[in-house]
Structures are given as C-alpha cells and as structure tokens.
Design a binder for this molecule. Structure first.
Ligand SMILES: [Zn+2]
Length: 383
C-alpha cells in the first residue's frame, strides 16, 4: 500500500485527492514498499519510462501484484538519448532530456502524476506554472481527458501560453508577481486536485526515471557525477531518488555525486551550500536571467535538497549571463539546441573541472532539460 509520509513529523496520511501537504505545512513524500527491479524483463520492454513500472507507484491491481497497463497515461515519453559530444577532454556525456512530447523532461513527472490522477478518478486538476511544467501537465491532462486549469502570471510570454492553451487547458492569468499566482492556485487547491510539480510527490516518481535510464544506458552502472540545472529541484531530487533506489536494490555500487548549477541571479541553494548552512533561506532574485526556468527564491523541497547534497557529497555552483550564452553557443555548435536554462550545465561542468570536483578518468553526465524551441524569443536576441 502506498501512503503519504512527512519526513519531518514522521506521520503518514492516506493518499487523498485534496491533501497536498502535511499539517505541519511541509511537502509530502511517498511511503512505498520496495519491489524488485527486474533487469532482464526490462531489457525486452518498450522504449518508454514505463519499462520500469515495478518501480513506479501506478498500475497495480487490488492485490498489488499485477501491473495493469491500462492505468497509465503515456505519450511514449522516456529513454532519451545519452550522447558523447566531440571536443571534450573528459568523458562528458549529455542526456538529451528535452526530447519529449512537450519539449522538456517535465513529461516524466506529468505522465506519472496524471496516471495517478486517473487512478484516483479525479476529473479536474489545477497547477501553477508559466513554463515547461504547465505545458506538460496540460498535455497529459488532455491525453487523460481530465479538466486542467493552469494559473500563470499575467506577464507570461504569449508563446508559452499558446502551448498550454492549445492542449485545451484553461488559463487563469493573475495580475501581480509570481507570489500572487501562487496565492490564487492555493485557494483553488482547497477544493480541486493540485497537480503541482513541486508539491505532488508523484511528479518526482516520474522524474526519478532519468536515473534509471542513465544507469541502463551505461550498462547498469552509475556515472561518477551528474550535473543538472536546479531551481525547485525536480530533476535534482528525481536523480537522488532514482539512484538511491537502484543502490538500495544493489544494481549500482554507488550513488553518483549530484552537482547542481544555479543562475547567479537567483541562487539560494548555492548560498546555503557555500555557507555550509543547515538550511536553505529565501534569497531574492537580484536581476533578470536567461535561465528563467530555475529562478526559485526558496525551493519548496529545500530540506530534501539539503539531504541530497549531504548524502551524495553534492556540490553547487553558479553561472552568470555571459556564461549561459556561451553554453548555448557551445552546444548549438555541436548540433544541440536547448533553452537557456539547460545551457547552464556547460560552464558549470568547466567550473567543476577547474575546482577539482571532476577529475581525470571520471564519467560525468549532464542533463539537458528543455528544447531551444521553447525559448525562441530569448534566443533570437542572442543572434
Ligand atoms: Zn509534517
């Protein structure tokens, strides 16, 4: 049986259609029973993240033994390429996690989350995001036949709103800053299922599959380190959960170091890391940044991010705007077109090499999280 658990209070709550946080106000995790991870059968399955269904909290019949394929809401997502690019002195590979139906890795989380929504019999969801998560939740809601309302700041660029609206989601444009949008969606979440990519633990159950794929693509081995952009941390925490599960199952010998990159304009996690602080404090964004997808002033799952840093000997760094632009161009010159948020990993990698975190002979995987086609307006200004 799967339940919600608060790791702070150590209290469990039944899976519910309205509850999205613990009574103490903190986000919930899933308490699951561990299921064997069957490598041989997995090899013969289709190339989607559902090949790992034993590790996903969806599609079990009443006796929790047989997988029921009809439960899943899938658009064929997952098993994205893992690529070596020419030009690096080190073994640095890129996980092309923008090759997804909606153009970002957020489809991993949306596929699992909307499958849960369908299993619960929920007909209507709300979410707040003006970016990739909003598009992913809208697309998978369309596939599931579920009513979806996305709350966005009124200032959101029209291109992004178009993708969300085209999937048939209702748009609620909220005047004021991002906090006003959050307030509006939380009010709606009192009566409607909150399909939040930050609060809802089923979303992380999807993003964790990136770790499974990397391990499988490396012959069931973990790389020495994985680099990713970090805002609210949904890919960073997905990597942590996924590699930890593989390690618990004794499929990989070690959990890779998880290296996070933030924009210098908004970097609360980096600040906590360099100060060796016990917790992450809110840190206001200081200027505009191209890496708009990772401008989180205080991550909702801050405590779990600190745990992931501690457990994996993780390291954080920042990149400035010129470094982000250089990253975009370096990748594009090798045929890879990503949105600015994704490109932070390029100079992040260089910094980790310079400061001795990444050493000779080690294998590093960087996650490229979103397509350049998502950010045409911003990228046009860099021409
Ligand atoms: Zn609690």
């Amino acid at each position: 049986m799967i339940e919600y658990i608060c790791n702070t209070c150590n209290v469990t709550h039944p899976i519910d259609t309205i509850r999205y946080k613990c009574d103490c106000g903190r986000p919930l995790n899933l308490k699951k029973t561990s299921t064997p991870f069957p490598i041989e059968p997995i090899k013969k399955r289709g190339n989607t993240l559902w090949r790992y269904h034993e590790a996903l909290p969806i599609g079990l019949d009443d006796k929790s033994t047989t997988f029921v394929d009809a439960s899943i809401i899938s658009l064929g997502e997952g098993m994205t390429p893992l690529l070596s690019l020419n030009g690096s002195q080190r073994d640095h590979r890129f996980k092309l996690d923008f090759i997804f139906p909606t153009g970002s890795y957020k489809d991993r989380g949306a596929s699992v989350l909307l499958s849960e929504v369908k299993e619960l019999g929920v007909q209507e969801v709300v979410e707040d995001s003006s970016g990739n998560a909003g598009a992913a939740i809208a697309a998978y809601s369309a596939k599931a036949g579920v009513d979806c309302t996305i709350y966005c700041p009124a200032s959101t660029s029209k291109g992004k709103l178009a993708q969300i609206a085209m999937y048939g989601a209702k748009l609620k444009l909220i005047e004021g800053n991002r906090a006003a949008t959050t307030q509006a969606v939380l009010q709606a979440a009192e009566t409607t299922y909150y399909a939040s990519h930050n609060w809802n633990p089923f979303f992380l159950e999807g993003t964790k599959t990136v770790a499974f794929e990397i391990a499988e693509q490396l012959g069931w081995k973990a790389p020495d380190q994985v680099i990713c952009p970090v805002g609210f941390g949904s890919i960073y925490l997905g990597l942590y959960i996924g590699f930890r599960e593989l390690h618990e199952q004794k499929i990989i010998a070690k959990i890779p170091r998880l290296l996070g990159v933030q924009s210098a304009a908004c970097c609360p996690i980096y600040k906590a890391y360099v100060a060796n602080a016990a917790e992450i404090k809110r840190s206001p964004q200081t200027s505009e940044t191209l890496a708009e997808g990772i401008t989180s002033e205080l991550p909702i799952r801050a405590q779990m991010i600190m745990e992931a840093i501690h457990e994996t000997h993780g390291v954080f760094t920042t990149v400035d705007e010129e470094e982000i632009k250089a990253g975009i161009k370096t990748l594009a010159a090798r045929g890879i077109y990503v949105e600015p948020t994704s490109a932070v990993v390029v100079k992040g990698f260089d910094k980790f090499v310079t400061n001795g975190i990444i050493r000779e002979g080690e294998l590093t995987v960087s996650i490229l999280t979103g397509s350049g086609l998502k950010a045409t307006d911003k990228l046009m200004k860099l021409m």
